[in-house]
Design a protein around this ligand. Structure first.
Ligand SMILES: [Zn+2]
Ligand SMILES: [Zn+2]
Length: 422
């Protein structure tokens, strides 16, 4: 796995100090004024590579206003494919030139640039010409067609991206004679006489969209919110509420918790999803048992037992993600739940509900026995989410793993610690 995490330059909303955060960061304390803030990100993030001082001082380097910024889509996440034989997965971290049409002379991806330089936000004061990005799905389809890593399963299967981050990254160039020059390295790319004309015909845009910072305090009681750097949802342990940055405010999130047996239990978040399924008869626990071909006989009461889909509300390696989703969906836990947040440690919520909904089809593929019988129905499956509820289940803290004995489910601690960069 070769995960890259960009470093992004920001300014503390409280004291104005420059701060550099990982791209996954959603909650942080400023190291200068100690004030906690949440980052509200609506839609995809938009960043740019900025020129260093030496790059700007190069004799060929033009003024900022003469820079042209080429757009690149960047996808990072888990790519699952389901074929007749099996469900497989791989980690994906790719970038692709986001221009419509063919531009053989332009760099097709950001290459290794991303690891070396930090990114900046595009602000209304950023000068230069920005090109409008082509639709992300169209660009991703092009990448899929040329990348072995993203080989399509063909019409007898399907693929799904889960937990992906999509961002738009601009890289600066300038023209010198009939050459396009990389403005970071001051190195010509290639001659591009014909490309030049076609580039001139492409629509430009102003991509700035300011990141919104929100104070990291509970809107209800003023208590400090708690969370990890990459938490999408923050906890107020004072008034037992959960909050999610949304647009320019913190929105309350509905949740339920099981009661832990011990102070050392760890509260693990899951999405419990009610969804309409069309294309497959799947509305009760009995239907699920038949799909999975469970060795036990289908119990009569299962015919009326409402079915919920479960998925982790945190990012984790695909193998563990799928095994937890299958195990807990098959277990259909219905413990006593309450709305009190216990003082126990909570695993941060890092996977949003809509990504969890997207995982249902691949979870079903993992459960179906034999897969070949169900695959055509899965390919055409329509999933309509009705409700997603955040549920914290108490797991025992054992030596290497967090364990739920009732569901026979375990989460490796090391894998969980490494998951923040997925
Ligand atoms: Zn500060
Ligand atoms: Zn509160």
């Amino acid at each position: 796995m070769n995960a890259i995490s960009f470093r992004i330059e920001h300014q503390c909303p409280q004291c104005g100090a420059p701060i550099v955060l990982d791209e996954e960061t959603r909650f942080f304390a400023c190291e200068f004024c100690r004030v906690k803030s949440c980052i509200s990100q609506t839609g995809f993030a938009r960043y740019m590579f900025a020129r260093s001082f030496p790059a700007m001082s190069h004799p060929d380097a033009p003024d900022d206003s003469d820079l042209v910024f080429l757009p690149y889509w960047r996808f990072k996440g888990m790519y699952y494919t389901c074929t007749r034989q099996k469900v497989s997965h791989r980690f994906l971290d790719i970038s692709a030139l986001a221009l419509e049409g063919s531009f053989p002379n332009l760099p097709v991806s950001l290459g290794f640039r991303s690891q070396a330089l930090s990114l900046k936000q595009v602000t209304p004061h950023t000068r230069g010409h920005f090109f409008q990005p082509a639709d992300a799905p169209a660009i991703l389809a092009q990448v899929q067609s040329r990348s072995m890593n993203m080989k399509q399963p063909g019409h007898a299967g399907f693929s799904e991206q889960i937990g992906e981050t999509l961002s738009l990254i601009y890289s600066p160039f300038y023209t010198k004679g009939n050459r396009l020059v990389d403005a970071i390295l001051n190195q010509p790319i290639r001659t591009f006489a014909s490309t030049h004309i076609r580039l001139d015909n492409l629509p430009g845009c102003r991509p700035e969209k300011q990141t919104v910072f929100l104070p990291g305090i509970c809107p209800d009681c003023g208590w400090d919110l708690e969370g990890a750097n990459d938490s999408l949802i923050l906890i107020c342990k004072n008034c037992s509420t959960l909050w999610k940055p949304k647009d320019r405010q913190l929105a309350r999130i509905r949740f339920k918790c099981t009661r832990p047996k011990s102070d050392t239990d760890v509260m693990v978040p899951f999405w419990k999803i009610k969804a309409g399924i069309s294309g497959l008869s799947l509305s009760s626990m009995a239907d699920l048992a038949r799909l999975a071909n469970l060795p036990r006989a289908v119990r009569p009461e299962w015919e009326n037992q409402e079915l919920f889909f479960w998925a982790t509300a945190f990012k984790i390696r695909p193998r563990i993600f799928l095994s937890l989703a299958s195990r807990i969906t098959l277990g259909q836990p219905a413990p006593d739940l309450d709305r009190e947040i216990p003082g126990n440690r909570h695993v941060p919520v890092t996977l949003p509900a809509d990504e969890a909904v997207q995982s249902i089809r691949i979870t079903l593929a993992g459960l179906a026995r034999p897969l070949t019988d169900v695959l055509p129905a899965l390919v055409d499956l329509k999933i309509t989410p009705v409700q997603a509820m955040l549920v914290f289940l108490a797991f025992e803290d054992q030596f290497h793993d967090y364990v739920h004995p009732g569901l026979k489910a375990g989460i490796n601690k090391k894998a969980l610690a490494l998951a923040s960069n997925l």
